[in-house]
Design a protein around this ligand. Structure first.
Ligand SMILES: Cc1cc2nc3c(=O)[nH]c(=O)nc-3n(C[C@H](O)[C@H](O)[C@H](O)COP(=O)(O)OP(=O)(O)OC[C@H]3O[C@@H](n4cnc5c(N)ncnc54)[C@H](O)[C@@H]3O)c2cc1C
Length: 297
């Protein structure tokens, strides 16, 4: 099995599966992070917690160029992709982004990722060195990790980039749809913002996290982007997924098709989700939701 992996991750939830996979498959594991609460590698390179990935990239790239890891495993999202691009250039390879599963062998790794808007899965192989951006759920959490030294990674000012100021984003409730056992998904069929309290009441009674479709987040702005599920959002594996007013287009369904049981409520018996869900209730959400809530109570 391969020698050395470098994991780039700042998010605590993403760190556990990435570090577990690295420790299971590599003799030596290095971690580059700005999150002081993370551990689990043979060596941790910790940089300033307030620094952005853009500010960290020159130092992380120099570390990668000096250490020449066989694999660089990056967390999902813009920061992971930014580091992956620079890491691949430093190692003379190409990054594989949005990998939904990764397997390792002595020669290299094989990663699956969705293509054609979720219509197909491409299997890509890379010899060592390999650089992968892992989608949430690509690796399982758990498994033995390591303990080791913590070094400070000094940051140098990135050429051509000046920090003009920092503006705090409004605090969002942290969602971890990936780990949720029960998810209520909201689609455009919900009709109006006024019905959101009903969804929240139902989710509370079911002990469910709330997810949504891309239009419910990006067009209707009912929920933040971190809650939309599908090929360009997050992938979930709950025991129960309840889809409310979701037509069931492939770009959404690829994100939920690992749910054990899918329930759907839709007013149209022609909606594609009718064919894909395990249990379907045909009806108007405005009438059905209060009734389900009443029954659950
Ligand atoms: C490249 C690309 C990537 C994409 N990525 C994603 C992605 O990651 N995630 C994602 O979700 N989408 C994604 N999309 C969009 C996707 O193709 C669909 O447009 C989207 O999933 C549809 O969202 P929806 O089901 O909420 O809305 P709609 O398709 O409009 O469906 C609404 C449903 O609600 C039902 N309905 C309407 N009124 C009521 C009522 N009163 N009571 C009950 N039911 C009602 C309708 O019958 C219908 O079935 C992507 C598209 C592209 C092109």
């Amino acid at each position: 099995m391969a020698n050395k992996a470098l994991v780039f991750v700042n998010d605590a939830d993403a760190a556990a599966p990435l570090l577990a996979a690295a420790c299971a498959n590599f003799d030596r594991v290095l971690l580059a992070t700005n999150n002081p609460s993370l551990s689990g590698a043979d060596e941790t390179y910790l940089y300033d917690a307030g620094a952005t990935a853009v500010q960290a990239v020159p130092a992380v790239t120099s570390l990668i160029a000096a250490q020449r890891p066989d694999a660089v495993l990056c967390e999902a999202g813009a920061d992971g992709k930014l580091v992956a691009g620079y890491a691949a250039a430093a190692l003379g390879t190409s990054p594989i982004c949005d990998a939904t599963s990764v397997s390792f062998s002595a020669e290299g790794l094989e990663a699956a990722r969705m293509v054609y808007g979720g219509g197909a899965v491409a299997l890509e192989r890379s010899a060592w060195p390999a650089v992968v951006v892992a989608a949430p759920g690509a690796f399982e959490a758990g498994g033995a990790v390591r303990t080791g030294e913590v070094h400070t990674l000094e940051l140098s000012a990135p050429a051509g980039v000046r920090l003009l100021g920092v503006e705090e984003a409004a605090p969002e409730k942290k969602v971890n749809l990936n780990a949720a056992k029960c998810v209520v998904g909201v689609g455009r069929g919900l009709g109006s913002e006024e019905n959101l309290p009903l969804v929240e009441e139902l989710a509370g009674l079911m002990g469910a996290e709330i997810g949504c479709t891309r239009p419910a987040a990006e067009e209707e702005h009912w929920y933040g982007k971190e809650r939309y599920i599908g090929v360009s959002g997050c992938m979930i594996k709950p025991a129960v997924y309840l889809a409310l007013g979701i037509s069931g287009q492939v770009q959404h369904m690829v994100g939920v098709n690992q749910a054990k049981t899918i329930f759907a409520v839709d007013k149209s018996d022609k909606a594609p989700i009718v064919e894909q869900a395990d249990h379907v209730l045909i009806g108007d959400i405005k009438a059905v939701l209060p009734r389900i809530i009443e029954l659950l109570k």
